[in-house]
Design a protein around this ligand. Sequence first.
Ligand code: BDR
Ligand code: CA
Length: 302
Amino acid sequence: TIKIIMDTDPGIDDAAAITMAINDSNIDLKLITTVAGNVTVDKTTKNALKLVRFFNADVPVAAGAKQPLIKPFEDAARIHGESGMPGYDFPEDLPKPLEKSAVEALRDEIMANDKITLVPTGSYTNIALLFSEYPEVKDHIERIVAMGGSLGKGNMTSAAEFNVFTDPHAARIVYNSGIPIVMVGLDITMKALLTHESIEKLPTLNETGKMLHDIIIHDGDNSDQGIAMHDVNTIFYLLHPEAITTEDMWVDVQTEGPAMGETVGDIRGAYHDGKINTSVCVDIDAAAFNKWFIDEVSHISK
Ligand code: BDR
Ligand code: CA
């Protein structure tokens, strides 16, 4: 099994990613930490707890950063709704988050493991804070499989993808941390849309499929071709790397000006002496992603 920690801002696609991570027996989800992003951290924490409760999962949740390191916080409620996870009535009797903060919980869980994979699907504020407070954790992290960034255009500004744009200074720290990164960015997530045919199948599968259907149809970023399930691509990569093409290169992050939040891939090997910090996901088998998504949900017992 692949031991992971998810650092997340649910969020519709985050909710689908958490659903897969909780329920796939090849993944051992040790901890969920939350961050401000799609909505405020109070809401993203509540949403993570709703999912843990829905599946009666034994996964602790710790609340993290209320705002980015430097940049003022701006949410994405126009895409993800006021609550961040609209459209389904979750049970109200929620478990409590851990008393310790996300950074403390990350430190304790990472240090308790020899090697673990971090899966950020929100902005990287908690992880940047963790690396500056407890740099010793770096030796215990195998890799960071992060949704965010784009070699092509952005979805927030012309240049920037939302998670990196939300906290570009944190992203810069993470990309320069020395830990191998897999960049699961818009280059693949905009290719692997969940088709309307797949979405219509979900409620016929089980209660989990109904829950995912009911929230996914509220996604404000919806096209005739389908709906991007950005964050779910991280879990798909962990389980099916053969369905994704990657290119190794140096990636750094712009923190200023009109390209603030852009992930710049050194595709010509021109500015970083041929050094590599990232495997960038550049292509994906979209049909395999759709088939896997449906299979994955259909195997959930609820
Ligand atoms: C990312 O932004 C968020 O709105 C989504 O949850 C995803 O993590 C896509 O750019
Ligand atoms: Ca997200």
